[in-house]
Design a protein around this ligand. Structure first.
Ligand code: MN
Ligand code: MN
Length: 461
């Protein structure tokens, strides 16, 4: 045997999907990316992504399930958790004690939330106070167009939906930054300190109410506009969830259009791939769950986060309907925890270790473990379960790669994986490599998106 043959036989190479993909499949992956871009444009908060996913599910025969409702074999259901988390499931024919197939992604993304009492006036500007949501680099959120999304719950419990700044003819919102001419002190600070959390105040307007001389006339005028447009008063802010998100739409990057820039790829890219895989796969044997969780970016706590017991409750209800032992079902279930990973970035090679990083266009990323500093906080999939996933991906011709998030001791991160693993469900992290993760405008590749979709299809086929 020649050395070349031996290499071919024994060595592992992390390869680009472009090496093997057919023209036909390449075309399909680019077409798939078009529908994904719409999912991004219409879902910039977890609430909007959940609504969009519900509309997609209903078109495909899924019906709303409420706790206690009857569940039948062959049934296709969705559970809408307070409009902020969605659990889709279809009930298969095979005994559930063989295990359920679970895909779990999140649909919340880093952003700038308004404080509960946000409106004030200073030096001729009407402003909103904010408290950022998730892990952001604060300086990235200044001097970019922002849209305002969310809900206001009025005193009579009616809910007003707000979405301002997405249409070209609508106004946007804006956080100022300092001109370089006067930024001597600011430029000497670290990136973490250059812009402060309390400094992320949003410009909302500047025109006073001019009927008569009054204090706070700009504030008053803004309240007047909000009242005329939405019927809300200042106290209504106290029971509102309003977020400033990037006003940009998803767009292709590059002369070859192979990449997509967009807000909230983390983690709507995995959310979209898992639900479309669910819709496009017609296996009637398996019982499959697709979770679109909220609150991942703040630790998965709360009623709509992955640490809430709602997923366990629904699984238990399905077990009861199928006459299956809940504990046995969990022990035999399999989960792909779907979240993005840090793509190898040639501008920042120093934080990634080349042999264990993920690369653009090299397909869906598997991460056996996540965590930081000595793997702390990871659920760490077993070698056996990792082998199981590797095997079906190879069989299905899915291009995949294995990576960990960054160099040892450089930092790290977690996903929802451990919350499912803690339930005694085998769980492995899979996802899409992302450039500029958590920035207002992140980037991914169309082929990686498509391979992630294909991976989910293979998992539940
Ligand atoms: Mn994520
Ligand atoms: Mn994230």
């Amino acid at each position: 045997m020649t050395a070349k043959e031996l290499k071919q036989e024994l060595e592992y190479k992390n390869k680009s999907a472009f090496d093997t993909i057919s023209e036909d499949e390449l075309e399909r992956s680019f077409a798939y990316a078009e529908s994904y871009k719409l999912f991004l444009d219409y879902g910039k908060t977890e609430r909007e992504s959940v609504s969009y996913a519900i509309a997609m599910a209903e078109k495909r025969g899924y019906t709303e399930y409420r706790l206690g409702d009857e569940i039948t074999e062959g049934g296709k259901y969705y559970y809408n958790n307070r409009g902020k988390e969605l659990i889709l499931f279809k009930v298969g024919e095979e005994p559930l004690e063989k295990g359920a197939y679970i895909m779990a992604a999140h649909v919340d993304s880093p952003r700038i939330d308004l404080k509960q009492n946000p409106l004030y006036e200073d030096s001729g500007f009407g402003m909103f106070k904010t408290h950022y949501y998730g892990g952001i680099k604060k300086y990235q959120w200044t001097a970019v167009p922002l849209a305002l999304h969310g809900v206001v719950v009025k005193n009579d419990n009616t809910v007003v939906d707000i979405c301002i700044g997405e249409d070209e003819d609508e106004p946007i919102f804006y956080i100022s930054d300092l001109l370089p001419h006067l930024a001597k002190d600011q430029m000497g600070k670290t990136l973490a300190e250059g812009i402060t959390g309390e400094g992320l105040n949003i410009i909302v307007g500047s025109e006073p109410y001019r009927e008569e001389e009054t204090d706070g006339a700009i504030r008053l005028n803004l309240l007047r506009i909000l009242n005329e447009k939405y019927g809300i008063k200042e106290e209504d802010f106290l029971s509102a969830e309003l977020s400033a998100v990037p006003a940009m739409k998803a767009r292709d990057i590059g002369l070859d259009r192979s990449l997509i820039a967009g807000y909230g790829h983390d983690d709507r890219v995995c959310a979209y791939s898992e639900i479309t895989a669910l819709f496009d796969t017609d296996n009637t044997e398996k019982t499959v769950f697709a979770v679109l969780a909220d609150k991942e970016e703040t630790g998965s706590d709360g009623v709509t986060g992955m640490q809430s017991e709602i997923f366990a409750d629904i699984l238990a209800e399905v077990c009861e309907a199928k006459g299956a032992n809940y504990r046995v079902v969990k022990a035999n279930s399999k989960c792909l925890s779907a979240d993005v990973n840090a793509c190898y970035d040639p501008n920042y090679p120093e934080v990634l270790e080349k042999k264990n990083a993920c690369y653009i266009n090299h397909g869906v990323v598997l991460s056996k473990f996540t965590g930081a500093r000595g793997k702390s906080g990871t659920s760490d999939a077993t070698a056996e379960f990792t082998g199981y996933v590797r095997n079906f991906l190879n069989d299905a011709g899915v291009v995949w790669q294995m990576a960990e998030l960054g160099k040892v001791d450089q930092g790290g991160g977690g996903t929802v994986a451990k919350f499912l693993a803690n339930m005694n469900i085998d769980t492995l992290d899979v996802g899409v490599p992302v450039i500029s993760m958590h920035a207002p405008y992140e980037a991914i590749s169309k082929l990686d998106l498509y391979m992630t979709y294909k991976a989910f299809c293979a998992f539940i086929a």
